[in-house]
Write a protein that binds this ligand. Structure first.
Ligand code: SF4
Length: 381
């Protein structure tokens, strides 16, 4: 498939996928077992198929311990995945890779794999686009597309497993911090967390799964009742309403004090420390006043602050802070008695801020073929 061709005219909804076979993981365990039984195959074949998917199988033909006639029937009836790789970019000498996938119906989403010593983390998307519209975010600049289905979320992880497997690595952590507001696609996100942590599928401990939200309070409360024990991350970015109303517009509906109270409720219920994300925007939210307000908001809470130096996004008025400003703000927050980490800025040249590869491919497509001449954006084969 020529990616330049795919995106050369109207980037959204251009390609109508005529593929009618469902993706295998769009069926539940029970549905698949019923299907197997209708082919006179025992129920344990479902576990075998899932086991192969969890090991990164890219086709039914690879599933060696499944009888060949059944593999052929599976192939006729299902697809291994509904995602099609459209473009890739990489940074940090290959330690960070970002993949853009096209979904059935033509929308696209990104996910990012980050490789560290002893662990590999996947940043996953839950929506095509995002309805929240934070003004510093590349994803928020595009019109909202649609919610992902649970299987489309899991398929991003299966693709990461496949890629990491070829490098002798395994996927150990998943963070829902890609495109979209996970809590606005609540049921699919919760189902995908259950399946990511299902020992018969990927078996990733919920403690190694982070679900982020810009602040949909009713869903935070609901998540606390799910008994999932995932880590909750709040995309905070400002501690006073007048600034957060601008940076994270959902704050106008769910003010920051109520949000932190709901997050603390989650921490009390699950005994899990809440992570507060703070994208540092030079001169906007990196002042002494901001640090003091953050201290007042979180002091005494089961909380950890993650500072994320802004990854510049075109056509926004925001700038990344200087290294010294990041260090100074960290010290100011620590002086408030909070625990703070500065997140490493993985993948700056991989368009690693959420939505940036998507934006770049869309714009390249509009420029009629620029994609193929851009060295850091590699069309997927
Ligand atoms: S920062 Fe997150 S919540 Fe805000 S627009 Fe981007 S994807 Fe949506």
């Amino acid at each position: 498939m020529s990616t330049a061709k795919t995106f050369s005219k109207a980037p959204y909804r251009r390609r109508v996928i005529s593929e009618v076979r469902p993706a295998i993981l769009s069926t539940s365990a029970t549905e698949l077992e019923v299907w197997l039984s209708s082919r006179a195959a025992p129920a344990y074949r479902r576990k075998q198929v899932w086991g192969w998917l969890a090991r990164g199988a890219a086709s039914f033909a690879e599933m060696g311990d499944v009888p060949k006639p059944l593999r052929s029937e599976l192939e006729r009836e299902f697809r291994v995945t509904s995602l099609r790789q459209v473009a890739m970019s990489e940074a940090d000498r290959g330690l960070t890779t970002k993949t853009l996938y096209e979904l059935d119906g033509g929308h696209s989403v990104e996910s990012v794999v980050m490789r560290y010593s002893g662990r590999s983390t996947l940043c996953i998307s839950s929506q095509a686009g995002c309805p929240i519209g934070c003004p510093f975010c590349a994803t928020g600049k595009f019109p909202f597309g649609r919610n992902l289905k649970a299987h489309e979320i899991i398929e991003q992880a299966l693709d990461a497993v496949r890629v990491l497997g070829t490098e002798g690595r395994r996927l150990s952590h998943v963070v829902f911090m890609g495109m979209g507001e996970p809590m606005a696609n609540y049921h699919a996100v919760v189902e995908s967390v259950r399946r990511l942590s299902d020992p018969e599928l990927l078996g990733i401990s919920p403690r190694r799964i982070v679900v982020s939200t810009s602040g949909l309070i009713p869903r935070i409360t609901q998540l606390g009742e799910e008994k999932l024990a995932v880590t909750l991350a709040i995309s905070l970015h400002a501690a006073r309403d007048e600034l957060r109303d601008v940076l994270v517009p959902i704050n106008r509906k769910y003010p920051v004090a109520d949000l932190v109270a709901a997050a603390q409720g989650y921490a009390d219920r699950t005994s899990r420390r809440v992570s507060y994300e703070w994208v540092l925007l030079a001169g906007v939210n990196d002042t002494e006043r901001d640090a003091k307000e953050l201290g007042r908001l979180l002091r005494g809470k089961l909380a950890h602050v993650n500072l994320i130096p802004f990854n510049p996004v075109d056509d926004t008025p925001y700038r990344a802070p200087e290294r010294g400003a990041v260090r100074r703000f960290k010290e100011l927050v620590e002086a408030q008695g909070l625990t703070v980490t500065v997140r490493d800025t993985r993948g700056r040249d991989a368009d690693a801020a959420c939505g940036q590869l998507h934006e770049r491919v869309m714009l390249a497509g509009r420029a009629q073929g620029a994609l193929l001449t851009d060295r850091s954006v590699v069309p997927a084969s």
